[in-house]
Write a protein of this length. Structure first.
Length: 286
Protein backbone atom coordinates (compact mmCIF):
# COMPACT_ATOMS: atom_id res chain seq x y z
CA UNK A 1 0.00 0.00 0.00
CA UNK A 2 2.83 2.42 0.83
CA UNK A 3 4.71 1.63 -2.39
CA UNK A 4 1.60 2.41 -4.47
CA UNK A 5 0.11 5.21 -2.31
CA UNK A 6 -1.87 7.46 -4.74
CA UNK A 7 -1.59 10.46 -2.39
CA UNK A 8 2.17 10.67 -3.12
CA UNK A 9 2.84 11.80 -6.72
CA UNK A 10 6.49 10.63 -6.80
CA UNK A 11 7.67 7.03 -6.53
CA UNK A 12 8.61 5.99 -3.00
CA UNK A 13 11.78 4.07 -3.89
CA UNK A 14 12.50 3.09 -0.29
CA UNK A 15 9.12 1.33 0.01
CA UNK A 16 9.40 -0.15 -3.48
CA UNK A 17 12.80 -1.63 -2.60
CA UNK A 18 11.43 -2.98 0.71
CA UNK A 19 8.57 -4.62 -1.21
CA UNK A 20 11.14 -6.32 -3.49
CA UNK A 21 13.09 -7.46 -0.41
CA UNK A 22 9.90 -9.04 0.98
CA UNK A 23 9.26 -10.84 -2.32
CA UNK A 24 12.80 -12.27 -2.24
CA UNK A 25 12.67 -13.14 1.48
CA UNK A 26 9.29 -14.91 1.45
CA UNK A 27 9.05 -18.35 -0.19
CA UNK A 28 5.54 -17.48 -1.42
CA UNK A 29 6.63 -13.96 -2.47
CA UNK A 30 7.05 -14.53 -6.23
CA UNK A 31 3.57 -16.12 -6.53
CA UNK A 32 1.74 -13.70 -4.19
CA UNK A 33 3.28 -10.41 -5.40
CA UNK A 34 1.91 -10.49 -8.98
CA UNK A 35 -1.63 -10.99 -7.65
CA UNK A 36 -1.32 -8.04 -5.28
CA UNK A 37 0.18 -5.89 -8.04
CA UNK A 38 -2.50 -6.86 -10.60
CA UNK A 39 -5.18 -5.57 -8.19
CA UNK A 40 -3.34 -2.22 -7.84
CA UNK A 41 -2.64 -1.89 -11.59
CA UNK A 42 -6.40 -2.22 -12.18
CA UNK A 43 -7.09 0.65 -9.75
CA UNK A 44 -9.39 3.43 -11.05
CA UNK A 45 -6.89 5.89 -9.53
CA UNK A 46 -4.32 6.69 -12.21
CA UNK A 47 -1.42 7.45 -9.82
CA UNK A 48 -1.94 4.22 -7.87
CA UNK A 49 -1.96 2.17 -11.10
CA UNK A 50 1.19 3.91 -12.40
CA UNK A 51 3.01 3.39 -9.09
CA UNK A 52 2.02 -0.29 -9.17
CA UNK A 53 3.49 -0.62 -12.68
CA UNK A 54 6.77 0.88 -11.41
CA UNK A 55 6.78 -1.66 -8.56
CA UNK A 56 6.12 -4.43 -11.08
CA UNK A 57 9.04 -3.36 -13.30
CA UNK A 58 11.32 -3.09 -10.26
CA UNK A 59 10.37 -6.62 -9.20
CA UNK A 60 11.12 -7.89 -12.70
CA UNK A 61 14.59 -6.38 -12.39
CA UNK A 62 15.24 -7.51 -8.80
CA UNK A 63 13.28 -10.65 -7.96
CA UNK A 64 14.73 -13.30 -10.24
CA UNK A 65 13.54 -16.25 -12.25
CA UNK A 66 10.62 -17.39 -10.05
CA UNK A 67 9.03 -13.96 -10.34
CA UNK A 68 9.65 -13.96 -14.11
CA UNK A 69 7.92 -17.35 -14.36
CA UNK A 70 4.83 -15.98 -12.60
CA UNK A 71 4.44 -12.87 -14.76
CA UNK A 72 4.87 -15.00 -17.89
CA UNK A 73 1.75 -17.05 -17.06
CA UNK A 74 -1.54 -16.33 -18.82
CA UNK A 75 -3.17 -15.94 -15.40
CA UNK A 76 -1.15 -12.77 -14.73
CA UNK A 77 -0.95 -11.55 -18.34
CA UNK A 78 -4.77 -11.67 -18.53
CA UNK A 79 -4.96 -9.27 -15.58
CA UNK A 80 -2.82 -6.76 -17.52
CA UNK A 81 -4.87 -7.32 -20.68
CA UNK A 82 -8.07 -6.45 -18.74
CA UNK A 83 -6.67 -2.93 -18.21
CA UNK A 84 -6.47 -2.51 -22.01
CA UNK A 85 -9.54 -4.42 -23.14
CA UNK A 86 -12.80 -2.48 -23.66
CA UNK A 87 -14.64 -5.62 -22.47
CA UNK A 88 -13.16 -5.11 -19.00
CA UNK A 89 -11.50 -1.93 -17.63
CA UNK A 90 -10.26 -0.45 -20.92
CA UNK A 91 -13.22 1.92 -21.18
CA UNK A 92 -12.36 3.78 -17.97
CA UNK A 93 -8.60 3.16 -17.55
CA UNK A 94 -6.66 6.34 -18.33
CA UNK A 95 -4.69 6.56 -21.58
CA UNK A 96 -1.50 7.03 -19.54
CA UNK A 97 -2.04 3.75 -17.68
CA UNK A 98 -3.00 1.86 -20.85
CA UNK A 99 0.05 3.24 -22.66
CA UNK A 100 2.32 2.15 -19.79
CA UNK A 101 0.80 -1.37 -19.63
CA UNK A 102 1.34 -1.72 -23.39
CA UNK A 103 4.96 -0.59 -22.96
CA UNK A 104 5.49 -3.11 -20.15
CA UNK A 105 4.14 -6.09 -22.11
CA UNK A 106 6.03 -5.05 -25.27
CA UNK A 107 9.30 -4.60 -23.34
CA UNK A 108 8.91 -8.15 -21.94
CA UNK A 109 8.67 -9.54 -25.49
CA UNK A 110 12.10 -7.93 -26.00
CA UNK A 111 13.68 -8.93 -22.66
CA UNK A 112 12.18 -12.45 -22.49
CA UNK A 113 12.04 -13.68 -26.10
CA UNK A 114 11.87 -17.29 -24.90
CA UNK A 115 8.54 -16.69 -23.09
CA UNK A 116 6.00 -17.73 -25.74
CA UNK A 117 2.94 -16.76 -23.69
CA UNK A 118 4.06 -13.13 -23.38
CA UNK A 119 4.59 -12.94 -27.15
CA UNK A 120 1.23 -14.63 -27.80
CA UNK A 121 -0.58 -12.23 -25.45
CA UNK A 122 0.99 -9.21 -27.15
CA UNK A 123 0.24 -10.53 -30.66
CA UNK A 124 -3.39 -11.14 -29.62
CA UNK A 125 -3.67 -7.48 -28.51
CA UNK A 126 -2.37 -6.38 -31.93
CA UNK A 127 -4.66 -8.78 -33.78
CA UNK A 128 -7.70 -7.43 -31.90
CA UNK A 129 -6.65 -3.85 -32.73
CA UNK A 130 -6.23 -2.95 -29.04
CA UNK A 131 -2.55 -2.22 -29.74
CA UNK A 132 -2.19 -0.38 -33.05
CA UNK A 133 1.62 -0.27 -33.24
CA UNK A 134 4.65 -1.23 -31.16
CA UNK A 135 5.39 1.45 -28.57
CA UNK A 136 8.75 3.21 -28.65
CA UNK A 137 10.37 2.51 -25.31
CA UNK A 138 11.41 5.93 -23.94
CA UNK A 139 15.16 6.40 -23.49
CA UNK A 140 14.71 8.59 -20.41
CA UNK A 141 12.64 5.98 -18.57
CA UNK A 142 15.21 4.51 -16.26
CA UNK A 143 14.92 0.82 -15.61
CA UNK A 144 14.49 0.12 -11.88
CA UNK A 145 17.81 0.20 -10.00
CA UNK A 146 19.26 -3.31 -9.71
CA UNK A 147 20.31 -2.95 -6.07
CA UNK A 148 19.96 -6.12 -3.94
CA UNK A 149 21.12 -8.64 -6.53
CA UNK A 150 21.87 -12.33 -6.32
CA UNK A 151 25.56 -13.16 -6.65
CA UNK A 152 26.82 -13.82 -10.16
CA UNK A 153 24.12 -11.67 -11.74
CA UNK A 154 24.94 -10.04 -15.08
CA UNK A 155 25.76 -6.83 -13.19
CA UNK A 156 28.57 -8.58 -11.26
CA UNK A 157 30.37 -10.19 -14.20
CA UNK A 158 31.85 -6.96 -15.58
CA UNK A 159 33.33 -4.92 -12.74
CA UNK A 160 34.02 -1.79 -14.83
CA UNK A 161 30.47 -1.62 -16.20
CA UNK A 162 29.08 -2.35 -12.74
CA UNK A 163 30.97 0.60 -11.21
CA UNK A 164 29.95 2.90 -14.07
CA UNK A 165 26.31 1.85 -13.66
CA UNK A 166 26.36 2.53 -9.90
CA UNK A 167 27.80 6.02 -10.55
CA UNK A 168 25.24 6.85 -13.25
CA UNK A 169 22.30 5.67 -11.10
CA UNK A 170 23.34 7.98 -8.25
CA UNK A 171 23.32 11.01 -10.56
CA UNK A 172 20.44 13.49 -10.68
CA UNK A 173 21.12 14.45 -14.31
CA UNK A 174 18.63 13.06 -16.84
CA UNK A 175 21.39 12.39 -19.42
CA UNK A 176 23.20 10.16 -16.86
CA UNK A 177 19.97 8.26 -16.20
CA UNK A 178 19.49 7.83 -19.95
CA UNK A 179 23.08 6.50 -20.19
CA UNK A 180 22.38 4.12 -17.27
CA UNK A 181 19.23 2.91 -18.99
CA UNK A 182 21.15 2.23 -22.22
CA UNK A 183 23.91 0.47 -20.28
CA UNK A 184 21.42 -1.80 -18.45
CA UNK A 185 19.73 -2.62 -21.77
CA UNK A 186 23.05 -3.44 -23.47
CA UNK A 187 24.19 -5.63 -20.53
CA UNK A 188 20.91 -7.52 -20.52
CA UNK A 189 21.05 -7.89 -24.30
CA UNK A 190 24.62 -9.24 -24.11
CA UNK A 191 23.56 -11.77 -21.47
CA UNK A 192 20.53 -12.84 -23.50
CA UNK A 193 22.66 -13.30 -26.61
CA UNK A 194 25.15 -15.38 -24.61
CA UNK A 195 22.30 -17.48 -23.20
CA UNK A 196 20.75 -17.93 -26.68
CA UNK A 197 24.11 -19.10 -28.08
CA UNK A 198 24.49 -21.60 -25.26
CA UNK A 199 20.96 -22.87 -25.83
CA UNK A 200 21.59 -23.23 -29.60
CA UNK A 201 24.83 -25.11 -28.89
CA UNK A 202 23.25 -27.53 -26.40
CA UNK A 203 20.24 -28.21 -28.65
CA UNK A 204 22.34 -28.71 -31.81
CA UNK A 205 24.84 -31.05 -30.12
CA UNK A 206 21.96 -33.02 -28.61
CA UNK A 207 20.26 -33.31 -32.03
CA UNK A 208 23.53 -34.44 -33.64
CA UNK A 209 24.00 -37.10 -30.98
CA UNK A 210 20.44 -38.47 -31.33
CA UNK A 211 20.52 -38.45 -35.16
CA UNK A 212 23.93 -40.14 -35.35
CA UNK A 213 22.85 -42.84 -32.90
CA UNK A 214 19.65 -43.51 -34.89
CA UNK A 215 21.59 -43.54 -38.18
CA UNK A 216 24.14 -46.02 -36.83
CA UNK A 217 21.36 -48.41 -35.78
CA UNK A 218 19.62 -48.20 -39.16
CA UNK A 219 22.92 -48.61 -41.06
CA UNK A 220 23.67 -51.82 -39.14
CA UNK A 221 20.26 -53.20 -40.17
CA UNK A 222 20.85 -51.98 -43.74
CA UNK A 223 24.10 -53.95 -43.92
CA UNK A 224 22.21 -57.08 -42.82
CA UNK A 225 19.46 -56.31 -45.39
CA UNK A 226 16.90 -56.06 -42.58
CA UNK A 227 15.61 -52.58 -43.35
CA UNK A 228 11.97 -51.99 -44.28
CA UNK A 229 10.94 -49.43 -46.91
CA UNK A 230 9.83 -46.92 -44.28
CA UNK A 231 13.10 -47.36 -42.35
CA UNK A 232 15.04 -46.72 -45.56
CA UNK A 233 13.11 -43.46 -45.99
CA UNK A 234 13.83 -42.55 -42.36
CA UNK A 235 17.54 -43.24 -42.93
CA UNK A 236 17.57 -40.97 -45.97
CA UNK A 237 15.77 -38.21 -44.02
CA UNK A 238 18.31 -38.53 -41.19
CA UNK A 239 21.18 -38.26 -43.68
CA UNK A 240 19.70 -35.08 -45.19
CA UNK A 241 19.15 -33.56 -41.74
CA UNK A 242 22.71 -34.44 -40.67
CA UNK A 243 24.09 -32.74 -43.77
CA UNK A 244 22.21 -29.57 -42.77
CA UNK A 245 23.58 -29.79 -39.23
CA UNK A 246 27.21 -29.57 -40.40
CA UNK A 247 27.16 -25.85 -41.34
CA UNK A 248 25.31 -25.19 -38.07
CA UNK A 249 28.19 -26.78 -36.16
CA UNK A 250 30.73 -24.70 -38.11
CA UNK A 251 28.81 -21.53 -37.25
CA UNK A 252 28.65 -22.52 -33.58
CA UNK A 253 32.39 -23.21 -33.58
CA UNK A 254 33.13 -19.74 -35.01
CA UNK A 255 30.94 -18.18 -32.25
CA UNK A 256 32.63 -20.18 -29.48
CA UNK A 257 36.33 -19.39 -29.94
CA UNK A 258 36.63 -17.98 -26.39
CA UNK A 259 35.29 -21.11 -24.64
CA UNK A 260 37.66 -24.09 -24.97
CA UNK A 261 35.35 -26.59 -23.28
CA UNK A 262 32.35 -25.72 -25.47
CA UNK A 263 34.53 -25.71 -28.59
CA UNK A 264 35.80 -29.22 -27.74
CA UNK A 265 32.16 -30.42 -27.46
CA UNK A 266 31.31 -28.95 -30.88
CA UNK A 267 34.37 -30.49 -32.54
CA UNK A 268 33.58 -33.87 -30.97
CA UNK A 269 30.01 -33.66 -32.29
CA UNK A 270 31.36 -32.71 -35.72
CA UNK A 271 33.67 -35.78 -35.73
CA UNK A 272 30.72 -38.08 -34.94
CA UNK A 273 28.64 -36.41 -37.64
CA UNK A 274 31.41 -36.70 -40.25
CA UNK A 275 31.87 -40.40 -39.45
CA UNK A 276 28.12 -41.09 -39.71
CA UNK A 277 27.83 -39.26 -43.04
CA UNK A 278 30.89 -41.10 -44.38
CA UNK A 279 29.47 -44.43 -43.26
CA UNK A 280 26.16 -43.67 -44.98
CA UNK A 281 27.91 -42.83 -48.28
CA UNK A 282 30.03 -45.94 -48.04
CA UNK A 283 27.20 -48.34 -47.21
CA UNK A 284 24.14 -46.87 -48.94
CA UNK A 285 25.30 -44.63 -51.79
CA UNK A 286 27.79 -47.20 -53.07
Amino acid sequence: DKATDPSIPEENWECIQRFCDQVNANIEGPSLAPRLLAHKIQSPQEVEALHALTVLETCVNNCGERFHNEIAKFRFLNELIKVLSPKYYGTWSSEKVKSRVTEVIFSWTVWFPEEVKIRDAYQMLKKQGIVKEDPKLPEDKILPPPSPRPQNSIFDTDEEKSKLLARLLKSNHSEDLQAANRLIKSMIKEEQEKSAKMSRRVNTISEVSENVKHMDELLENYKREELSKSDQETLQTLFQRCEKLRPLLFRLASETVDDDEALAEILQANDKLTQALGQYRQVVAS
